[in-house]
Design a protein around this ligand. Sequence first.
Ligand SMILES: Nc1nc2c(c(=O)[nH]1)N[C@H]1C(S)=C(S)[C@@H](COP(=O)(O)O)O[C@H]1N2
Ligand SMILES: [Mo]
Length: 500
Amino acid sequence: MGRESARRAAVGVLATALALGIGHLLAGLVGPTSSPFVSVGNTAIDLAPEPVKRFAIDWFGAADKAVLLGGMAVVVLALAVLAGLLSRRGPAPGALLIGGFGALGVLAALSRPDLGPVGALPALVAAVVGVFGFVLLHGGSAGTAPGRRRFLITGAAVAGGAVLAGLGGALLSARSGAAAAREAIRVRLPTPPPPPPGADFADLGTPAFRTPNAEFYRVDTAFVVPSVDPASWRLRVHGMVERELELSFADLLRRPQVTRPITLTCVSNEVGGPYISTADFTGVPIRSLLDEAGVLPGAEQLFSTSADGYTAGTPLDVLAEPDRHALLAYGMNGEPLPPEHGFPVRMVTSGLYGYVSATKWLVDLEVTTFDRRTYWEERGWAERAPIKTQSRIDRPGPFEKVPAGRFTAAGIAWAQPVGIERVEVRVDGGPWRTAQLSTEVSGDTWRMWRIELDLPPGGHRLECRATDRTGDAQTPRRAPTVPDGATGWHSVFCTAQGAR
Ligand SMILES: Nc1nc2c(c(=O)[nH]1)N[C@H]1C(S)=C(S)[C@@H](COP(=O)(O)O)O[C@H]1N2
Ligand SMILES: [Mo]
């Protein structure tokens, strides 16, 4: 790239950086999700075709947002350079390109369910700053050596301004954020008691019975964690009910408090996958709210909406079951909900995959029929999604080399809400042997298993299968995660080494 081209590319990058910096600064005042980068990121997530989303969840897991952020940064940088390079004669082509993308940013912000028209302001101002900044810098970049020096100084000033504006926006967003409210909040929450002895085989590589909040799996469509202030939080329970309810956070805290250990599971979990965790959730039984509101005949689902516009539908017949544990939770393992797990209030329902039953950053509950379609249903996932009985081998790990002879394999099994009756393991297609189970805490939670094997030297294939408390065995039939959860037996290959 010649010196002139480099300069023009720099003009594109500087104008774009300034635009995004100012947009981020304004978003600090208007609301964190109105930042152009964020609203475009959120729109990209919602518009992404279902297989792309599945790919992102499968391959990047909880890092999927960071990967998207990086990808967007690369695209924006490329466009900014292109805007500069296209503007050989005059600033018009680059200004048009930047203006065009600015307009897309405004449209993205306008389409966000959590943002009103004011939410498009940061993107609008960013677009204007981008276009005018580009034109001005372009004019100033032409000419002779002293002009070049001046350009360097201007460029440094603009870059500095962009960074300062961006940092200012980040600071403002952090201060307005839920994190501060969460620190300040006072909620009576029971300290989780130690799980009963033998509730896990963590020394053998299974997860601990209770998952620490920081290690709890996370799956959601939110590019940045929605920020919900408990002081202004209101929950309406409405639709096909006799009496509409409206609750503040304080109202919720005044209600009888229940704490239950529940194992949450994601429908996107492949056989052997990691999207399963357990916590003590504290909150209010959903059934008590529904009873108070009085569900009208003909109603089918509890349609929940989150602060960022995500929706889910929980079958009312499931929520009406007397033994079903479903909570409006505000506590997790003795702490207020962490921001990433739905602060201040989320749903948790034992026995249903998270996408139909565990709405985070909950703001609205509508009693309705299945005609009302939800975020994931519109993308091809099932209306009803009970958790399928599953088991997983955690030890040995895939292709692990283990000593030949006596070896203890271990893993987990789950069948919420009925619980696990039995886990069996076989080696190299041989006879099934029953594993030893961990102490049962509740049908709502996972159970660990372990079994002592005698492995001759060489390669081996281990398989496991679970049977639930109703006597139903885990099916060997392989099914993909779409539309209502993967099935099949988990198997692991390992190599036993050395003499027995
Ligand atoms: N607001 C909101 N709630 C949501 C989701 C989401 O994308 N947005 N994802 C659901 C899915 S698919 C799952 S599996 C659980 C995961 O909860 P966790 O992230 O606390 O583990 O949250 C559910 N609640
Ligand atoms: Mo999920």
